[in-house]
Write a new protein. Structure first.
Length: 290
């Protein structure tokens, strides 16, 4: 069963569904919104920088994807040999993907493979595991989701096992407003188009999906946004876990302010995050571009 974000978070309180699945405390309430003020509308329309620090190097798609793997591995999103990131072409005729056997923290541009929509390797020196069908069928169902990130970050996986989605405990979590979903069924390894298609149907239109006893999937239109959201997710899950451990009493970001905060984070922050994360990666691991 897939549960969407509206049913879980529409009231700003811990949802009945989340409590039923994971027995989460009920002590979370939306923070009060100041009265008598005109709240910010957020986003680039309110303010945009006139200049931002550049990456300092032009990246081709393979280099950018290799950087994404290194960035997320450094931030704790990956679990040793597990996980994929796929980046589909505009026409979804092929996609770039990591090979089987290399850890995310050692990925280089020359390691990236290209597969067709059925997962057959078209370019590259390595094999690609059949688990790529988690991605191929999502790309097929939702062509606008050009980038699909999947792995098993620790705190997100803990919450997924508990059947609990993270509440909006911090303003950064607003970037996930209206995008969270939960798939409660677990049928084991996904290694065929049939199983991948079934999961894609269960996921529906959610772009940040928690998979019970498995991990998470993040989808986006660009590699920059997919990486930014993925890199931000597990910290929000850790906040949720720590609040639950502390007894579950907390305030949440009020629903009325989330859309503006989301716009500011994604419209202003995505490119800046990406540039900084790539600069750090290239500085620490210049071989990523090889």
């Amino acid at each position: 069963m897939t549960v969407d974000a509206d049913s879980l978070h529409g009231s700003g309180k811990t949802s009945a569904r989340a409590r039923a699945v994971g027995d989460a405390p009920v002590g979370m309430v939306a923070a009060q919104v100041p009265e008598g003020l005109t709240l910010s509308e957020g986003g680039a329309a309110v303010w945009s920088p006139s200049i931002t620090p550049s990456i300092g190097v032009d990246l081709d798609e393979r280099q950018a994807l290799a950087c994404a793997f290194r960035i997320l591995a450094r931030d704790g999103f990956s679990e040793n040999i597990a996980g994929h990131i796929t980046w589909a072409t505009d026409d979804n005729e092929s996609m770039l993907v990591n090979p089987w056997g290399l850890w995310w923290e050692e990925m280089k541009s020359s390691d990236i493979c290209r597969v067709d929509p059925d997962g057959k390797v078209l370019e590259g020196k390595w094999d690609v595991t059949p688990a790529v069908h988690i991605h191929t069928e999502l790309h097929r169902r939702r062509p606008s989701a050009r980038v699909v990130v999947h792995n098993h970050p620790y705190y997100a996986t803990v919450l997924a096992a508990m059947g609990v989605l993270p509440e909006f405990l911090h303003q950064t979590s607003a970037m996930f407003d209206g995008e969270l979903g939960f798939v409660s069924e677990y049928g084991g390894e996904i290694d065929s188009a049939e199983l991948g298609s079934d999961l894609a149907e269960r996921i529906g239109d959610a772009s940040v999906v928690f998979l019970a006893n498995h991990g998470v999937i993040v989808t986006a239109a660009t590699i920059e946004e997919a990486t930014y959201k993925s890199a931000s997710l597990d910290r929000q899950c850790r906040l949720m876990f720590d609040v639950l451990v502390a007894g579950g009493k907390a305030t949440t970001v009020p629903p009325v302010v989330r859309p503006a905060m989301k716009a500011s984070l994604l419209e202003r922050g995505t490119e800046v995050f990406w540039a900084g994360a790539v600069r750090r990666t290239v500085r620490e691991h210049p071989d990523v571009l090889e």
